[in-house]
Design a protein around this ligand. Sequence first.
Ligand code: CA
Length: 229
Amino acid sequence: MTNALILIVEDEPEIAEILDAYLVREGFRTYRAADGQVAIDIQPSIKPDLVLLDVKLPRRDGWAVLAELNRRGNTPVIMLTALDEDIDRLQGLRLGADDYIVKPFNPVEVVARVHAVLRRTSGLRTQRVLRAGALELDTESYQVSVSTRGVSTSLALTLTEFRILAHMMKSPNRVFSRSELLDACLPGSDALERTVDSHMSNLRKKLEQVGNSDAITVVRGVGYRFGRA
Ligand code: CA
């Protein structure tokens, strides 16, 4: 899963910094929370693909965060544990972490585990949130938003515009013909190929209004391509 978002929940700045640097170097996007309460508060809005979760944290500890994440859904979690007793508890409680890593750790090992857990879990969980640059599309809540300097603006798309965008975002840089988009996004309708052009024109205008004028480009004589916004 490229550019997956990893939430790093760690109160020791040096450790958070190192994890962040290694993950970013691997192409992941990261978000940091320095205590458990922040992690619990931020998770619904940033929807991380995986959480790296320290056990000993201020305000709410890693166990409380893990329990809350499991109650909310199925975000993969890798626990960062400092002590053997943490591991005993992790195994004993079967709290549903996907993996655990004992401190002190090698950051290369952490990155490898992140890849492994994402590989293992991505088949089970279809990717709910599609992302490209600042653009984010939630396939379950049907919301599309663009974030600029931490401020998220949502886009009001019609269902057809949403389907076109979702379909194209799943295969960045691939060129789609009009008939392909028609089949995928307006199934069973007897709409003409130029109908795609009119939906596309509206969609591109809406993207342009939020600063993504290059997100979808026209490939003359072929169709449309969604680039990396
Ligand atoms: Ca800690």
